[in-house]
Design a protein around this ligand. Structure first.
Ligand code: DAH
Length: 346
């Protein structure tokens, strides 16, 4: 018996010494100490021995068992340490190596210009407010003096929402401009008002280099006692100079928008050719950037403002056009086609 134990012991320890991976070690454990392992069997076999031999053999076998268990634990421990040492070796930090280049995100060119434009107006005392892109006919057209069947509706190719009310009308649409926010804002508030309202607008149009079916506008509104055309001109002139350079000139010409009277379009002198005429301004020397005007008295009445007490000016402009002009971007579709080669330039 003692001889068998000695043999098992030296064989087991020899084997264990030569193992160096956790799977092999586990197999070794099962082979000797597992439920059907050599040592376990041996301990079970003790019961068949005569009682005098049993005690001594039992003690020896138990000794062997704990000896092997301890050897196993030591082996596992040393293996784990070796593994860890290897990892540390491999991952040792060399502070002299150049760092990895981390790709950081950036703001979309539209977001940038939107923030820039809003900041100019905020500096002049305007607040910034946003509103819904799904809109009612009433706000987008009716309340802005554009009744059903009015030819001015042709100015805005409209995307209608497939929704019918009890009267059988389809009064829901994707806003074609940010002007409905004028009404929404005045319904909620009383003068004095100084507000800009940026956001997405939608048009039912074939896209090309200068047309997208979704783009951004920024709307402005100032209503107070004694607001005049001079305020409109002064505000928008300052805006143009802050965005396009201190030496900009502006030009106002009569234009028609049903919700203002008088209505104007504003152009800046071309900042590429300083007004001489070039490709950017189409040889005009001037670049039209926005529509504006004095808020129509009927619009004021509709929100229960007394036009004999209050007057106001409003303006609206497309946002993408500004970076297009500033950076010479020749296709508006680039803004929303998610091409990183384009977006990473800003
Ligand atoms: N909403 C007009 C458009 O989309 C632009 C506009 C013109 C807005 C004159 C105004 C304004 O507030 O006074 O074409």
């Amino acid at each position: 018996m003692t001889k068998t134990l000695e043999e098992i012991k030296s064989r087991a320890l020899d084997e264990l010494r030569n193992l160096n991976d956790l799977n092999e070690i586990e197999a070794w454990r099962v082979g000797y100490l597992g439920r059907k392992g050599t040592v376990t069997q041996l301990l079970r076999g003790l019961s068949s021995l005569p009682i005098e031999e049993r005690r001594e053999a039992g003690a020896a076998a138990n000794n062997l068992k704990s000896l092997l268990e301890q050897a196993l634990a030591e082996k596992q421990e040393s293996l784990r340490k070796a593994e860890l040492d290897k990892l540390v070796q491999q991952s040792r930090l060399d502070v002299t190596l150049p760092g990895h280049h981390v790709q950081v995100g950036r703001l979309h060119p539209t977001t940038k210009i939107l923030r820039e434009a809003c900041a100019v107006f905020v500096a002049m005392g305007f607040e910034v407010v946003e509103g819904p892109e799904v809109e009612w006919d009433y706000y987008n057209f009716e309340a802005l003096n554009i009744p059903r069947n009015h030819p001015a509706r042709d100015m805005w190719a409209t995307l209608w929402i497939d929704y019918q009310n009890e009267a059988g009308e389809r009064p829901m649409l994707l806003r074609t401009h940010t002007s409905p926010m004028q009404i929404r804002f005045m319904e909620k508030r009383q003068p004095p008002i100084r507000v800009v309202m940026p956001g997405k607008v939608y048009r039912h149009e074939a896209t090309d280099a200068t047309h997208e079916s979704m783009f951004y506008q920024i709307e402005g509104l100032a209503v107070d006692k004694g607001i005049s055309m001079a305020h409109l001109k002064g505000t928008l002139y300052e805006f143009a100079r802050r965005l396009f350079g201190r030496d900009r000139k502006v030009r106002f010409r009569c234009d028609y928008f049903p919700f203002v009277e008088p209505g104007v379009d504003m152009a800046i002198d071309c900042f590429i050719c300083q007004g001489k005429g070039c490709r950017v301004c189409g040889d005009e020397g001037w670049i039209e950037i926005l529509g504006a005007g004095m808020v129509h008295p009927d619009v004021l009445r509709r929100v229960n403002y007394d036009p004999d007490v209050y007057t106001g000016f409003a303006f609206g402009m497309g946002l993408e056009r500004i970076p297009m002009l500033k950076y010479g971007i020749d296709d508006i579709r680039l803004f929303y086609s998610n091409d990183l080669r384009f977006l990473e330039q800003f």
